[in-house]
Design a protein around this ligand. Structure first.
Ligand code: GDP
Ligand code: IMO
Ligand code: MG
Length: 429
């Protein structure tokens, strides 16, 4: 029986997951998203096209694969319809290639309003949410009040909707916020027709049958491990399990059915929204990373905060996820740097540690190792080209610090700008 390979982000999201899923899709029969919702923005670039996906898995442009939105995902029908319309415009008919779990939860317009009201009430302490209604929807899921995709087929769907909306409007009243505008509600209901055009499935038997029939599955994560509800920089996190275990609960895959775990990380580090970020740079180096890396959010357009690579945080994510191979993204963004710093430890209250402290907001001072830059334009490199020696050293350094091999070095946003590395056993530092 085949296993499910999992691809996920190891930092604070936007590592380049969408690009790599698209690159790897020809090797898989099924691509399955397991958590998150339209807070995600996964960018694909090929043949001069740039496309951002939010809910739909990043295998959708390849004809060979079926894409599944798993039970762990939360769906906003309005955003989903917009995504389908955008694909239609590109000539991609997703109806044959996309299936949706009946157990995925629905984001209601009132969830979005609650998200906004809750953030506004937090003032300076706000999470910096994408305001897509993610937190309130997962709260209703765990609170056992949620509405699922399968419910749209039931006779009393409107009743269920109204009951929940009215509850939300009471809560909105408590915040002093307005209720749901009628036109938004109408748009939401109209968008359900788009959802109904797709096969709504029991995705857990569907995926397990695929495995039994020796088909291959790639599970696509959203956000990043440091935004995980349990293991991220709480409370500045999202509301789902973004780590590998989330693929089990978000798809109905048993832990012993997990195969390769591909951990995606940027050659440096970014974060969008609030919360601690030990290696954040507030100087012109940070600005340079932001400019060269075009570090603006794919979903909200917000400027991403930038800093150096953080090995203790990366190792923590590798541990939680059981990462078997690393993919280093946006390597080309460092092409012009004379020297590159990597954080290898933290000083917390004067004590040196390589462990993630309970509270990253405490005084955490990064300790850096400096490496030489490669000063080479990598964007035209193709597979088989010899890498500059300084880049080889950068790769070897990270492999040694993490004990995990780097199987892909990404040197640009395009599908083609992907260098595959021979995977060998690496020794830890
Ligand atoms: P995701 O959420 O993990 O899928 O990542 P995003 O799409 O939000 O952000 C990654 C951004 O970096 C996108 O604009 C990608 O097109 C771009 N990107 C991905 N890989 C590379 C790379 O190797 N080099 C450069 N310069 N850009 C990249
Ligand atoms: P992808 O899949 C980067 C961040 C938000 C905020 C926090 C909570 O593209 O990597 P939420 O909307 O979930 O309540 O926001 O999480 N965040 C992301 N940051 N990439 C993402 O997704 C993100 N999804 C949520 O900025 O700090
Ligand atoms: Mg993104």
């Amino acid at each position: 029986m085949k296993k499910v390979d999992v691809l996920l982000g190891l930092q604070w999201g936007d590592e380049g997951k969408g690009k790599i899923v698209d690159v790897l899709t020809p090797e898989y029969d099924v691509i399955a998203r397991f958590q998150g919702g339209p807070n995600a923005g996964h960018t694909l670039e090929f043949e001069g096209i740039k496309h951002v996906l939010h809910t739909i898995p990043s295998g959708i442009f390849r004809e060979n694969a079926v894409n599944v939105v798993g039970n762990g995902v939360v769906i906003d029908p309005i955003i989903f319809k917009k995504e389908i319309d955008a694909l239609d415009k590109r000539g991609v008919d997703a109806t044959q290639r996309l299936k949706i779990s009946k157990k995925a939860h629905l984001i209601l317009p009132s969830h979005r309003l609650l998200d906004a009201a809750s953030e506004a009430a937090k003032g300076k302490g706000k999470i910096g949410s994408t305001l897509k209604g993610i937190g309130p929807t997962y709260m209703d899921k765990t609170g056992r009040n949620g509405i699922r995709v399968g419910d749209i087929l039931s006779a009393n769907f409107k009743e269920k909707y109204t009951f929940l909306k009215e509850k939300h409007e009471q809560m909105l009243g408590h915040y002093g916020a307005e209720g749901v505008p009628t036109d938004t509600e109408n748009e939401w209901f109209a968008s359900l027709d788009t959802l109904k055009r797709f096969e709504l499935i029991d995705s857990e038997p569907y995926l397990n049958d695929k495995l039994k029939n020796n088909q291959t599955i790639l599970a696509e994560g959203a956000q990043g491990s440091l935004l995980d509800i349990d293991f991220g920089s709480y409370p500045f996190v999202t509301s789902s399990n973004t780590v590998c275990a989330g693929a089990c609960t978000g798809l109905g895959i048993a832990p012993n059915r997990i195969g390769r775990v591909i951990g995606i990380f940027k050659a440096y580090c970014t974060r969008v929204g609030s919360g601690p970020f030990p290696t954040e740079l507030f100087d012109e180096i940070g600005e340079t990373l932001c400019e060269i890396g075009h570090e603006y959010g794919s979903t909200t357009g917000r400027k991403r905060r930038c800093g150096w690579l953080d090995i203790p945080a990366l190792n923590y994510a590798i541990m939680i996820n059981g990462v078997t191979e690393l993919n280093m993204m946006k390597t080309d963004v460092l092409d012009t740097f004379d020297t590159i710093k990597v954080c290898t430890g933290y000083k917390v209250n004067g004590e040196l540690t390589d462990q993630m402290p309970f509270d990253l907001t405490e005084e955490v001072e990064p300790v850096y190792t400096e490496l030489k830059g490669w000063k080479t334009d990598l964007t035209k490199f193709t597979n088989g080209d010899a890498l500059p020696s300084e880049l080889k050293e950068y790769i070897a350094f990270i492999e040694k610090q993490t004990g995990v091999p780097i199987s892909v070095v990404s040197v640009g946003p395009d599908r083609e700008q992907t260098l595959f590395q021979d995977v060998k056993t690496v020794e830890t530092a």
